[in-house]
Design a protein around this ligand. Sequence first.
Ligand SMILES: Cc1cc2nc3c(=O)[nH]c(=O)nc-3n(C[C@H](O)[C@H](O)[C@H](O)COP(=O)(O)OP(=O)(O)OC[C@H]3O[C@@H](n4cnc5c(N)ncnc54)[C@H](O)[C@@H]3O)c2cc1C
Length: 511
Amino acid sequence: MTTTEGARRRPWARRAAAKAGPLPWLEAGSGLTDRERALLTAVHGLVGDDGLRAGELGRATYRRDASFLNADPLGVALPWTVEQTAAVVRACRDHGVPFTPRAAGTGLAGGATPTGEGGVRPLVVSVARMDRLRELDVTNRRAWVEPGLVNARLGRAAAVHGLRFAPDPASQIAATLGGNVSTNAGGIHVLTYGVMSQHVLAVELMDADGVVHLLDGTAPELAGIDLRGVSVGGEGTLGIVTGACLRLLPAPPSVGTMLAGFPSLRQAAAMVGDLVTSDRLPDAVELMDARAVGLVEGYANAGYPIDAAAVLLIEFEGLPHAVAAGIDTAEALAQANGATSVTRAQDAAERARIWKGRKAVAGAIAKRAPDFFLQDVVVPRSRLGEMLDAVVAIGERERLEILNVVHAGDGNLHPFVLFDRREQGVLDRVFAAGHDIVTTALDLDGTVTGEHGVGIEKRDFLSQVFSEDDLAVQRAVREAIEPSGLANPDKVLPSTVGCLEARMVPEGAWV
Ligand SMILES: Cc1cc2nc3c(=O)[nH]c(=O)nc-3n(C[C@H](O)[C@H](O)[C@H](O)COP(=O)(O)OP(=O)(O)OC[C@H]3O[C@@H](n4cnc5c(N)ncnc54)[C@H](O)[C@@H]3O)c2cc1C
């Protein structure tokens, strides 16, 4: 059976190209170069007033993603269709102007921040308006989606048919599937279901000539080199993802969720190790430290033990007897590791309450501090305890409040560094803490990102992860797929024209 979501009404799409109001940003004295003016005029002709933001206010929203890295774009194109997108991209090519693909802008590594090398400001090309669920193929358990479709919307549509889309980033109510494909996003259930790349069957990738290439893997077995796999996680550097075919899985018949409190971070970390090496592998293991628990409890009333130094949220999915056996095993291991409290969710409402706390972290922080900087590093599970201790020490040294939220099952830490940008000199301490968290993870045989991507923020760390030969191969692959170099040019791979120091500044230009 195949279903398609009803076409949404798009009155603006029809009007867009025809309407041409006054264009103050084109007038003499607007500071545009001839090339910039020519490109904006061409793009305006393609997408109309409604599809182009080139004034100061219109550009301001697109200066940055959810990170602090920010830069002023030349303008922002908001096409409604693949054809419009292709025409916009071709205009960029014809005028030699780079473009930055963008979706919901929830990225945390500056991937959608419109930086341009050599002082050429890029055009942001937003895919947010291309947000239809093209086809939900229940029989073959897959969905064709447009890139701007929000992750949670696919989940809801699949659930109607007893199916699920497994990748569940905490940002899933806002982040798009095109963004998820482009960052190879992860989520809470990565432990058994894997990251996005395991759920992408085919990618439609538009190059800088506006040509869409179907990188297909929908056949049961793949022949040849897996270009679809290469394209996942491209962070906009390989072109624009204009569509994707995603794998759907049967919804689990039964789910069991448990919350356990521990007297120390080390004991919680030891429990994670015991759990994932036991004969009952959970589907999710999340760790939150006392600071995170305290904040969340005051905000979401999730029922977390506020006297614990750390809590673990553990979930099993599957047949009822296997789930029950998993929860029994987890409870026994928790007791053996000195747990001070264990709560088993008795019903769906209790389960939702437990997860509500985990998903409310970013919101809860807003009550505590006006700003946060969210890190993303990975260490081998066996080194989780050491890494957590190091984060605590870094926070003390830099006199910063850091709370830890960890996809513990796969060793992916998200330290949230809280601060108030109005405090004199605080940014230097925040960046020093962020830097030290990454280098500590590398020292512990970890790596620089688990799921948020490289963007600009982690770009120059890649030289510590890969050899020059490895990086040369990656550059060669990128050049083979996107030879123009116009697609998100200075992201992901370290610059060969000198190490550009990325600065995260709340306001002002990226330098
Ligand atoms: C509170 C919070 C929680 C988060 N939790 C998680 C989590 O659990 N797991 C996780 O993995 N991430 C998480 N993130 C990070 C973020 O949500 C993901 O990286 C997400 O995949 C980005 O999607 P987006 O639609 O916002 O993309 P954007 O931020 O708009 O773009 C991200 C990158 O992808 C590129 N891009 C976007 N769309 C396209 C396209 N169609 N074609 C080519 N390139 C494109 C951009 O150029 C950029 O490099 C979280 C973020 C926040 C703010």
